[in-house]
Design a protein around this ligand. Structure first.
Ligand SMILES: *[C@@H]1O[C@H](CO)[C@@H](O)[C@H](O)[C@H]1NC(C)=O
Ligand SMILES: [Zn+2]
Ligand SMILES: [Zn+2]
Length: 347
């Protein structure tokens, strides 16, 4: 295959991955999300109606009902990356005298990630039930901005504790609800938020580590082949030193799978790292994604929707801007030791 068609396939695959991740992580406000809605609007004119109904049904099943499609997809992608790493990169690294300890790190990270991932998927995120809802109502105070006291969930038929939300996908109320994550096919709530955060950090570390090892391997391959000092003869019959683009092209054609994997990892790393930082930030300021979205959506009633204006705010109102934070350490502790009984509240 020639360079251009290989490169085209590569770009299409990477764009598909970005698109899937954006669509799935509810980044509907991003340019990609807007592109998607434009695209589906255009589609609605040209695509026959039965096909639209079918795709709507399929989308509903995929995104609004519990299913392990993304869990499987995720395991497949991970299997592909680790297979490629073990099959090709590992051997090269051994030849290059990369120390065995640094080659073991990706597998250690994989083991850790698998544990947290399992916990995210199978742990109860903090379902509010008939038995525990009275205890949970006492855990957090109602802020009367986002959470009003005495509101019942129309489906579960009990009073909603503050910071809880009814998950429409799982059809249950979840304590300290964060979001429903289709990648783990479970809600993220009080009891698995810490696993979710550690899981994200592990994925970042995994992608980052394999990325560095692979880039190192490619770099050595280039050095080894003496490509940096090579020349080629141009159309005028003159010697020209090979440039950066030439080296990329050479790598693409010599190690297509490895370069492909590297590109995929860069994309995954950037997306997951951004998302992990967002969740870390939320944990540090004592907020859930649910509250963050809702706060962002309502803006500030006193400043006409723009929360950053520097005028006087009523005290209660200012407090809602500072997210009830009681210091970084206490906030983190609350994620790692979720409150489930009110007596623990004033520890
Ligand atoms: C976090 O915020 C909630 C209100 O949303 C508050 O009740 C709780 O005490 C806060 N926790 C910490 C550790 O600041
Ligand atoms: Zn409910
Ligand atoms: Zn859910």
């Amino acid at each position: 295959m020639d360079f251009l068609s290989l490169f085209a396939i590569y770009v299409v695959c990477v764009l598909t991955c970005i698109f899937l991740v954006c669509k799935c992580s509810r980044y509907e406000q991003t340019p990609v999300g807007r592109l998607y809605s434009c695209w589906s609007e255009l589609g609605s004119r040209w695509v026959p109606e039965w096909m639209q109904r079918f795709s709507q049904k399929a989308l509903h099943r995929i995104f609004h009902q519990r299913n392990s499609l993304f869990v499987i997809l995720h395991l497949l992608l991970e299997g592909a990356v680790y297979g490629e790493f073990s099959y090709e990169v590992f051997g090269f690294c051994i030849e290059m005298d990369t120390g065995v300890p640094s080659l073991v790190v990706p597998y250690l990270l994989l083991a850790m990630k698998t544990y947290f991932f399992y916990q995210c998927c199978h742990r109860d995120p903090g379902t509010v039930t008939e038995e525990n809802h009275v205890a949970l109502v006492a855990v957090y105070q109602y802020d009367r901005v986002l959470f009003q006291p005495g509101v019942s969930c129309p489906t579960c038929l009990f009073v909603k504790p503050a910071r809880s939300k009814h998950c429409r996908v799982c059809n249950r109320c979840v304590h300290r609800f964060d979001h429903h994550c289709i990648w783990v096919n479970n809600c993220v709530g009080a009891r698995n938020a810490r696993h979710f955060l550690l899981y994200l950090l592990c994925v970042c570390a995994m992608a980052g580590d394999i990325m560095v090892l692979t880039a190192d391997m490619l770099f050595h391959a280039v050095l080894h082949s003496n490509l940096l000092h090579a020349y080629y003869i141009d159309q005028q019959g003159q010697q020209q030193p090979v440039g950066f683009l030439f080296i990329i092209q050479h790598l693409f054609l010599t190690f297509p799978r490895i370069v492909f994997m590297l590109g995929f990892l860069v994309v995954v790393f950037l997306l997951v790292a951004g998302y992990a930082l967002f969740h870390l930030y939320l944990a540090l300021v004592n907020q859930t994604s649910n509250e963050w979205y809702r706060r962002k959506g309502r803006g500030c009633q006193h400043c006409n929707g723009s929360p950053s204006q520097g005028h006087w705010h009523p005290p209660q109102h200012t407090q809602s801007h500072r997210f009830y934070s009681r210091g970084i350490l206490r906030n983190l502790r609350e994620v790692f030791q979720p409150l489930t009984h009110s007596e623990k509240k004033d520890r």
